[in-house]
Design a protein around this ligand. Structure first.
Ligand SMILES: *[C@@H]1O[C@H](CO)[C@@H](O)[C@H](O)[C@H]1NC(C)=O
Ligand SMILES: *[C@@H]1O[C@H](CO)[C@@H](O)[C@H](O)[C@H]1NC(C)=O
Length: 201
């Protein structure tokens, strides 16, 4: 499910209203309590991970940075698709960098937290653009999987989503499911009322 900035704001307001009713589900674990701060990131460092699509490049692009949105929109036909997740804007406890690499030949934007894959990609034609943010390498602190899908072919493309429905729809439309890129928050998985609702500079 993709969520616009406006509905993000509305949803975060709803979370505030729910208050302490969060985290009362069966998955709650005292060792993974998101409020301890010992092993979890600070939710106030989360930022919306926005998804854009450049049809001429068949490329999905994800960013927490407003300047990326501005520069991507210089490509004619660029579509803003919404917020796919909340990720850390700085390297909080237990998080790892989520690198953004680009292959100019294939016009693919690859996001990975896997250092081995990053090295392999850099050695095979990708260049590193920036660190997209920081994510958990394992499912802790109430985080949810960020699924990765890959459109194989000359005009390669990667999709990242927390939505099982979106994942299955992408598979139906020809993408290959490649696994979990890391663990992030979505609006239902996190006590997000301190999260930023605007882009970073
Ligand atoms: C995206 O933003 C990052 C962080 O400000 C910057 O380093 C990078 O050059 C930007 N890339 C594009 C394509 O806008
Ligand atoms: C990281 O990537 C390498 C090579 O692409 C792969 O063999 C390895 O299983 C990956 N590690 C994780 C934790 O996914």
């Amino acid at each position: 499910m993709k969520i616009s900035v406006i509905s993000l704001f509305l949803a975060t307001s709803a979370v505030v209203a729910q208050g302490s009713n969060l985290f009362t589900g069966p998955d709650e674990s005292t060792t993974l309590d998101p409020r301890t701060g010992a092993t979890c990131g600070d939710v106030s460092d989360l930022a919306p991970f926005a998804e854009l699509y450049i049809p001429s490049e068949t490329a999905h692009i994800y960013t927490i940075y407003n300047n990326n949105v501005t520069s991507v929109f210089t490509n004619p036909g660029t579509q803003y698709l919404g917020i796919v997740a909340l990720i850390f804007s700085i390297q909080d406890p237990s998080t790892v960098p989520f690198y953004c690499l680009r292959n100019n030949a294939a016009t693919a934007w690859l996001y990975t937290a896997n250092e081995t894959e990053r090295s392999t990609a850099l050695a095979s034609g990708y260049m590193e653009l920036f660190t997209a943010g920081y994510i958990y390498p394992s499912q802790i602190c109430g985080s949810v999987p960020l699924y990765r899908l890959h459109l194989l072919g000359a005009n390669s493309d990667y999709i990242y989503t927390t939505s099982v429905t979106d994942r299955e729809n992408a598979i139906t439309s020809g993408f290959t499911y490649e696994g979990i890129a890391g663990y992030v928050y979505d609006l239902l998985s996190c006590e997000v009322f301190h999260a930023r609702t605007e882009f970073l500079i």
